[in-house]
Design a protein around this ligand. Structure first.
Ligand SMILES: Nc1ncnc2c1ncn2[C@@H]1O[C@H](COP(=O)(O)OP(=O)(O)OP(=O)(O)O)[C@@H](O)[C@H]1O
Ligand SMILES: [Mg+2]
Length: 422
């Protein structure tokens, strides 16, 4: 006997199976027979409860299984399932409507809070109003040194609205995605526009727990404490971006866990248990290439640690995909206005094709927006797309990958004819 009759039995095949509606409604009813291991099946039209039965017979489990399959093929479905589906759909649409209403009134309340006498100056990022740093309003020059430069070519897309709102609400944000998809620059560009200082710590072998938290040292015969990036950012109210968090040492992750709560304070054990309370403008961000939903790509980012779920649960985690073709063409046009207009979409299409090849595992290397911009810049300098691809693309990947990328580029016919023959 095959396995499926048992599966049907486990689900309970009893019930009414119908197709059509009203007068056209046709049904099969399955119930347990009085005889062991047998089922009674009845057939009729109209209402199964009151309608006339024109077939009434008894079948065993194998036979019933075959009939269920046949009925399903003929368009019969279990009434119970239909009712469940209808109930779920109704509840879903009701919850959906209620949720949208609740979100709208929360938005209105936020606008009211900003408007009512409070002097919060904001900058609009996408559709979100992000408060400007107090220091920027006071013109405090020292903290301004940490504010990133505005990149006018930066394109905020719809994907970033939720993250901007998280910043307003002081949530911990982790951006995961392939290299050069725009994770770091996104945070920097919001900070640049709102006047917030940014500190960065890269966890890929460069940051020790001492750099991160602080250390004692001897200066001019005196022992002095030097704050690490975390307490500096917390005291000043700067934004801290921890890059490549999935490479961090466990001791750093342990320290971080404590400050992940919105008001989370830092305990400097080394400094006689001094407690550092976060400045209200302090924000914490992390980027990672291979955490969470990106874990399938861990082989590409050798040495990346698996961040456990309890740790990830303390963050809002966003998957940062590459920009769409249209968005990337727009970024190229904004970044390099001298680029011939028709070239931007072609270059974006090449990048998209390379990424598709990467997703199929035909290419071992991802194709970043950074790489695309760099190639285009070099193209403008050399006037030669193939030559420009050397240092910006080919030399960074394996010979096989370079050959495939070259053929993708050729396919888009941007090399001069004579170069194609080389
Ligand atoms: N939306 C965008 N608008 C304009 N430029 C962008 C955009 N997204 C990415 N870029 C460009 O791509 C470059 C790489 O982005 P970024 O450094 O933020 O990537 P990343 O995801 O942090 O990369 P990595 O994983 O290597 O750290 C940026 O310097 C910028 O030039
Ligand atoms: Mg980065």
């Amino acid at each position: 006997m095959n396995a499926s009759p048992l599966a049907v039995h486990d689900d309970g095949p009893e019930g009414v199976y119908t197709r059509g509606a009203g007068e056209m409604r046709e049904w099969w009813r399955v119930s347990l027979s009085e005889r062991a291991n047998l089922f009674r099946i009845e057939h009729g039209h109209g209402d199964a409860a009151t309608g006339k039965v024109d077939i009434d017979t008894v079948v065993d489990l194998d036979n019933l299984d075959a009939k269920l399959l046949k009925w399903r093929r003929e368009g019969f479905a279990a009434d119970a399932g239909r009712e469940d589906e209808a109930r779920a759909a109704e509840a879903g649409s009701r919850f959906g409507a209620e949720l949208r209403l609740a979100a709208a009134s929360a938005r209105a309340a936020r606008r009211g809070a900003h408007g009512a006498g409070s002097e919060v100056r904001t900058v609009r990022i996408g559709t979100v109003d992000v408060p400007v740093a107090q220091a920027a309003l006071n013109g405090a020059p020292a903290s301004q040194a940490r504010v990133p430069r505005i990149n006018d070519a930066y394109l905020f897309t719809a994907r970033t609205d939720d993250i901007a709102m998280d910043i307003v609400e002081n949530r911990r944000v982790m951006l995961i995605g392939h290299m050069g998809s725009g994770k770091t620059s996104f945070v920097e560009q919001i900070a640049a526009r709102t006047g917030h200082g940014v500190l960065r710590a890269n966890m890929n072998g460069q940051t020790t727990i001492g750099d991160f938290v602080g250390f004692w040292t001897v200066k001019g015969g005196e022992t002095v404490w030097v704050d690490g990036v975390l307490p500096i950012a917390m005291r000043e109210g700067a934004w801290l971006i921890i890059d490549e968090l999935d490479f961090a040492e466990p001791s750093i992750l342990a320290v971080l866990t404590a400050v992940l709560e919105p008001e989370g304070r830092l305990l400097l054990k080394e400094r006689g248990n001094e407690i550092v309370t976060p400045h209200p403008e302090f924000r914490l961000f992390a980027t990672a290439n291979a955490a969470g939903a990106m874990s399938a790509y861990r082989h590409l980012y050798q040495g990346a640690n698996l961040l456990n779920e309890a740790f990830l649960d303390r963050w809002r985690v966003y998957l940062f995909d590459y920009l769409s073709k249209d968005e990337e063409a727009e970024v190229l046009r904004r970044t390099l206005p001298q680029l011939p207009p028709a070239l931007a979409p072609t270059l974006a299409a090449i990048a998209a094709d390379c990424r598709a090849a990467f997703a199929r595992e035909d290419l071992a290397s991802a194709f970043s927006t950074r790489r695309l911009i760099d190639w285009a810049e070099l193209m403008l300098r050399t006037g030669d797309a193939e030559r420009a691809a050397g240092p910006s693309i080919y030399a960074k990947v394996s010979a096989e990958d370079a050959a495939l990328i070259r053929s993708i580029i050729r396919h888009h016919a941007i090399f001069d004819a004579d170069q194609g023959a080389r």
